[in-house]
Design a protein around this ligand. Structure first.
Ligand code: FNR
Length: 383
């Protein structure tokens, strides 16, 4: 179908489910175990309602903000996802870089350690000098590999590091586990790219899905001490991605990192981990009480599919909101133009909903605009 027929983010997902290879669909769409967290990540947003204000001049709405010291056009970013070439075999992550920079609205792109293109290729593909790229770090058991990589991406102009901590090993994603990658098939070829970075060879075990194969990248012995050490390796802002409790946000703030992403990895790691938006709602009051507010920036991802979802997260104190699968799907279906369209759709929804909410700038988004009474009334719906 023509790109014009896509009117919201769900349309890309529906299309992707029909046209992607089994390997790509299983790897992209799966969550861990019974996929309870995967589903509730989005459902949680549906338990928050608005308390709009009226009769304010909303003729012009400005959605610009800042993240980690950089000016950004919109309050959302592309979160890191591995293996973009499974869905867009020729261009992979390069088309995400193009889509993030070719239109009027530039969006930060977080590049995965397990990307199927090299960071150099992705940064080279970016069409605009004003574009922001971040690097997501899976810490390797050989710390020299990680340290060299950080030195390398610093030179490429990367603006921040996101250290992923919710994946000491990759979760059981059963749809994906049933998929085999073998020999010279397209999927196996794609997976060999990241494997080469750590193995110096490219013939890892691939018969139990992508996640099982990729698990060997990640050191399960990682601790807070490593974060302290990594702080000394670089001057770039450091953000911890995959924080799931207020206690750990407090710890991160006390340690002096620049930010945290409240995230359960899109429901792909511990099933029954809480939806990140719920953790965010608890976080800001605690940081205030401990006089730690403003010490670090809060980011959130998981299940964000509408402009209203982004607004709700900002009202609860997020500085930026990440999306994973929506960009994988739009990139797989339409390449860079799909990515750009996703950005436009979200931006338009955000502007429209802010106007209807009675606010004209991001700093006016506060918890008073939300009714979160039912946020914790989870109903588990196993379908
Ligand atoms: C991810 N995510 C992820 N996170 C990360 O830190 N490094 C990675 O390599 C990946 N890879 C990855 C692959 C796929 C297929 C998915 C769906 C997700 C997690 C990602 O950054 C983000 O946290 C979630 O995708 C957010 O949830 P939504 O937007 O997909 O619901």
């Amino acid at each position: 179908p023509h790109l014009d027929s896509i009117i919201n983010i769900y349309d890309f997902e529906k299309l992707a489910s029909k046209i992607l290879s089994n390997q790509a669909w299983a790897y992209y769409s799966s969550g861990a175990d019974d996929e309870i967290s995967y589903r509730d990540n989005h459902s949680a947003y549906r338990r928050i309602f608005f308390k709009p204000r009226i009769l304010r001049d909303v003729s012009s709405v400005d959605v610009k903000t800042t993240m980690l010291g950089s000016k950004v056009d919109v309050p959302f970013y592309v979160s890191a996802t591995a293996l973009c070439k499974l869905g867009n075999p020729k261009e992979g992550e390069k088309d995400i870089a193009r889509g993030c920079g070719q239109g009027d609205t530039k969006v930060p792109q977080m590049i995965s350690t397990l990307a199927s293109c090299s960071v150099d290729e992705i940064v080279d593909a970016a069409p605009s000098k004003d574009q922001i790229a971040w690097y997501q770090v899976y810490v390797n058991s050989d710390r020299n590999i990680t340290r060299d990589m950080i030195k390398h991406v610093e030179k490429l102009g990367i603006k921040a590091l996101f250290i992923t901590v919710d994946a000491p090993s990759l979760g059981r994603r059963e749809k994906d586990m049933k998929i085999k990658f073998s020999g010279s098939d397209q999927g196996a070829k794609v997976m060999k790219e990241p494997l080469k970075k750590v193995e110096k060879k490219d013939d890892g075990e691939m018969s139990k899905g992508a996640s099982t194969t990729l698990s060997k990248f990640i050191d399960p012995s990682l601790t807070w001490d490593d974060v302290v050490k990594m702080r000394k390796w670089t001057k770039l802002p450091i953000v911890i991605k995959g924080v799931q409790s207020v206690e750990d946000v407090v710890k991160a703030a006390e340690l002096g990192v620049d930010g945290v992403v409240l995230s359960n990895h899109g429901g792909r790691q511990l099933d029954y981990s809480r939806p990140p938006i719920e953790v965010l709602a608890e976080t800001v009051p605690v940081l205030k009480e401990k006089h730690l507010d403003g010490k670090l920036e809060l980011f959130v991802d998981g299940g964000v599919r509408r402009g209203t979802d982004v607004i709700k997260a900002l009202c609860l104190g997020a500085k930026g909101v990440g999306l994973g699968r929506p960009f994988l799907y739009s990139n797989s279906c339409y390449g860079k133009d799909g990515v750009e369209k996703t950005i436009e759709l979200l931006k338009t929804e955000i502007e429209m909903s802010m106007r209807l909410l009675g606010v004209t700038s991001i700093d006016q988004l506060t918890p008073e605009l939300l009714d979160t009474t039912n946020l914790k009334s989870r109903t588990v719906n196993v379908s």
